[in-house]
Design a protein. Sequence first.
Length: 356
Amino acid sequence: MKVLSLFDGISACHLALTKAGFNVDTYYTAEIDKYATKISEHHYPDAVRFGDVTKWQEWDIDWSSIDIVTGGFPCQAWSVAGKQMGDKDERGMLFWTMLDIMKMVLKHNPKAYFLMENVKMKKVFEEYITHHTEQALGQVEKHLINSALVSAQNRNRYYWTNIQGITQPEDKGLVLADVIESGGAERPCEPREFKTDSLCHHAATATDLNGNESIKRVYAETGKAPTSTTMGGGHREPKLLIVPEATKKGYAEIEPGQCVDLTFPTSKTRRGRKMENKSNCLTAANFDYNHWNGHTYRKLTALECERLQTFPDFFTLVTDENGKQLVSNTQRYKSLGNAWTVDVIAHIFRGINNAK
């Protein structure tokens, strides 16, 4: 495969093609974020990097050699969370830039594949993009796929492509409990009732934060995480409810200030009898017990956000030969929020082989 990835970010496209079973011979990228590029360079040092997509007419490229061209064009102008100005916004105009590039590829190689991605948006925008994509590129299939099917994240996205026969991915049934690691600084929160049949279990409200209600939402590990964003400051990272082990194991609820033994052997045999999920014997020592001071939460780590986007662990952790971190956690969060869910894209790319 010779690939042209527009708005490439951290090269989720390359990783997805590999997962789908393709060998990437040449990988051209267009990306202006220096931290995302640093992560991409760490994994794919041989990629040919063009930078700004608006300079595409200056690129030295054999357009007829491109097998697939992709683009997750900027969403701020189209998203219900943005100003909703569409292509009247300067960022929204990049949709047309992307279409011009894709049109150039298909002009020189009519057998090439294309894939476009953007957020779930209001119907008038979705129809506008679909119509003009059909006018520019010909036959288009549009799919709304939620990353919740392949990950522990609720993330609805539209995909426009000429790869035919794409179906919905199989539901893997993943929830936050499948991606979280132990540890992390805990903060206070107030529990609230939530619907167990909803995708995300908004189980508590952070009490130590000021600002918009949305940044105070704390989620239980029994449901999905909310959609990952760029998380650019202001405590926007997804938040996880910390539940004492005693309650997670099915024991009676404890009250703040009560003492609870948090050590539970998974399996032990005593005099031929299996003692499973039993508390240790109570002793005079106090090191096995903890006072519970009320409901707490912590922010999801960058590693956990990698898992939500189905990247390999530590994919965004870039260090030098001395172990110094070259991309801050803030930039790791941002890059992941801007990225594609790898397993969704791999599922779409497998449609190429299915069609063949």
